[in-house]
Design a protein around this ligand. Structure first.
Ligand SMILES: CC(C)(COP(=O)(O)OP(=O)(O)OC[C@H]1O[C@@H](n2cnc3c(N)ncnc32)[C@H](O)[C@@H]1OP(=O)(O)O)[C@@H](O)C(=O)NCCC(=O)NCCS
Length: 210
């Protein structure tokens, strides 16, 4: 667990945190390497970070010395979603439409995303309570911050009567963490998104029964 000297603070996400969250995502998932084309990287980064944020209704960060060192964006299906999600979708459509240069990379990414969503829906239907995006800065991993964020999300879901919480992850990523937190493996699926990213392991779904 985190020692008191590190003084971590868990709090609700604020608009001013966005750039730091996006930076963490790009760092941990190596977006620079995966998407050398800056226009495509911008779209992927926005879709991944902002898309998850706008689809969530519980968004919390852990701050250390004024810096965001981890966050969890999640959806509680017993609570209403904010309407900003529609605005986000429209702005993404706009960006996609005006994508500069060769559109084949953009099209490949969109097709991969569509297949990913379809394949994972065969294991867990969309719409339930879910961890959408969850990351702790590598320099702060292994100090109990992930557990702190997860417990906070889990407790908020449970107090509103949620039955189960899902997460989509990768067998080479955080499955050990989720197993440790009491999740069970629901199934693997194939995803061209993971092929584009060249992540090792298989995409999979985990479930936590409340
Ligand atoms: C997964 C992640 C959020 C965990 O955060 P963390 O702060 O490092 O985890 P904690 O320190 O709170 O670990 C809590 C417990 O889980 C265990 N644990 C953490 N990561 C683990 C792993 N990959 N495999 C097995 N156990 C793990 C810890 O040993 C600890 O166990 P303990 O209670 O016996 O001491 C973090 O490793 C991360 O950001 N990874 C990269 C991004 C990612 O994979 N995100 C999830 C995508 S769905």
């Amino acid at each position: 667990m985190v020692s008191h000297s590190t003084n971590p603070l868990i709090r609700n996400y604020r608009w001013a945190d966005y750039k730091q969250c996006e930076h963490l995502v790009e760092k941990v998932w190596r977006f620079n390497t995966i998407f050398p084309n800056p226009a495509l990287r911008r779209i992927a980064s926005l879709g991944y970070t902002k898309g998850s944020l706008e689809g969530s209704n519980i968004s919390q960060v852990v701050e250390h010395n004024g810096k965001v060192v981890g966050f969890l964006f999640g959806k509680n299906d017993r609570k209403k979603l904010f309407k900003y999600y529609l605005l986000f979708k429209m702005s993404m459509l706009w960006r996609l439409f005006w994508f500069p240069g060769d559109k084949s990379e953009r099209n490949a990414l969109l097709t991969a995303l569509k297949t990913h969503v379809t394949n994972r829906s065969a294991i867990v239907e969309k719409g339930g309570s879910e961890i959408l995006l969850f990351v702790v800065d590598p320099e702060f991993q292994g100090r109990g911050l992930g557990q702190l964020l997860w417990h906070n999300f889990r407790d908020q879901c449970m107090s509103s009567g949620v039955d189960a919480i899902y997460v989509s992850t990768n067998t080479s990523e955080a499955t050990g963490f989720y197993g440790r937190m009491g999740f069970v493996h629901k199934g693997d699926f194939s995803s061209p998104l993971h092929e584009i990213a060249q992540w090792p392991g298989r995409p999979c779904m985990y479930e936590f029964k409340c």
